[in-house]
Design a protein around this ligand. Structure first.
Ligand SMILES: Nc1ncnc2c1ncn2[C@@H]1O[C@H](COP(=O)(O)OP(=O)(O)OP(=O)(O)O)[C@@H](O)[C@H]1O
Length: 268
């Protein structure tokens, strides 16, 4: 497998649910090392795409779904190479029995929720996990239980858990969901540091405010189909966003970041 194989190459993808096609992508390729945002309204098919990539669901016969150039994957290996963090993952780690922060990160090496007697934890795993927690500014949380953390703190630990495997890309599904404005600001700042360190990001969101300056490509989904696909400068515009959300939107650039508001003259 060549290292420059695309992160994602899809063709003829159709995903069905209850006899309805909920994702219809004739072709989509995201190159190796290309950070991209998948943008779309509620119900546009973003989570379906994430599940397709993570092999949690499968398309109809005739589709070709390649991740890093490969069609068939051991799911654990795939999830190691593609660090996946979603807002819902946190629930798994809040449940009983309590899970300590460093153990949570180390357990990522075994793709398990916690550590068990039969697992052989090496000093290297512990060192790498500590370094990952340091990288996301969460070292001070070591010793705490996952259930005791704020949403923003727990989200950082999950990013560390994904980074500990030195993934080839991070797949971030609504990573800022549930964060207050200050926590979101600090979290995005931390993610930006990770992106600047060379980690490719695939960010799934419906907020353009969360699109990191390091992300250059925008893939817009609407109604389970590819709506627009192109460079950020071309697509983070009032015209494109208004079409995507079917509502007059005003986009403003804020330095290297973007904001969107419902246009005041939308007749509300
Ligand atoms: N198991 C299912 N049965 C029926 N419909 C489904 C099923 N799973 C998803 N859908 C539908 O597919 C569409 C796309 O859902 P999906 O969760 O991918 O959207 P999304 O873009 O991630 O939305 P959100 O931003 O709200 O998370 C929605 O209309 C949803 O109701």
């Amino acid at each position: 497998m060549a290292d420059d194989s695309p992160l994602l190459a899809l063709s003829n993808v159709r995903v069905m649910a209850d006899e309805t096609c909920i994702l219809d992508l004739p072709a989509l390729t995201i190159g190796a090392g290309e950070s991209a945002a998948i943008l779309g309204a509620n119900g546009s098919g973003k989570s379906t795409l994430v599940k397709l990539i993570a092999r949690q669901l499968y398309p109809l016969y005739g589709a070709d779904v390649r991740i890093f150039g490969q069609e068939n994957w051991n799911v654990f290996e795939l999830r190691r190479l593609l660090g996946i963090v979603s807002s819902t993952m946190q629930l798994d780690f809040d449940a009983e029995p309590p899970l300590e922060v460093l153990d949570c990160v180390v357990s990522g090496f075994f793709a398990s929720r916690g550590l068990w007697a039969h697992q052989h934890v090496t000093q290297e795993m512990v060192d790498v996990s500590r370094a990952a927690l340091e990288k996301v500014g969460a070292s001070r949380l070591i010793g705490r239980s996952m259930a005791s953390l704020s949403t923003g703190e727990a989200r950082r630990v999950l990013i560390a858990r994904a980074l500990a495997h030195r993934p080839r890309a991070l797949l971030l599904d609504e990573p800022c969901a549930g964060l207050d404005p200050a926590a979101r600001h600090h979290f995005l700042d931390m993610l930006r540091g990770v992106a600047r360190g060379g980690t490719t990001m695939l960010l799934i969101t419906h907020h353009i405010e969360e699109i990191l300056p390091e992300i250059g490509r925008i893939v817009m989904l609407r109604g389970g189909k590819l709506f627009r696909d192109g460079a950020k400068a071309e697509l983070l515009t009032s015209e494109a966003l208004s079409g995507l959300f079917d509502l007059p939107m005003a986009v403003t650039a804020r330095g290297e970041w973007f904001d969107a508001d419902i246009h005041p003259q939308s007749g509300a």
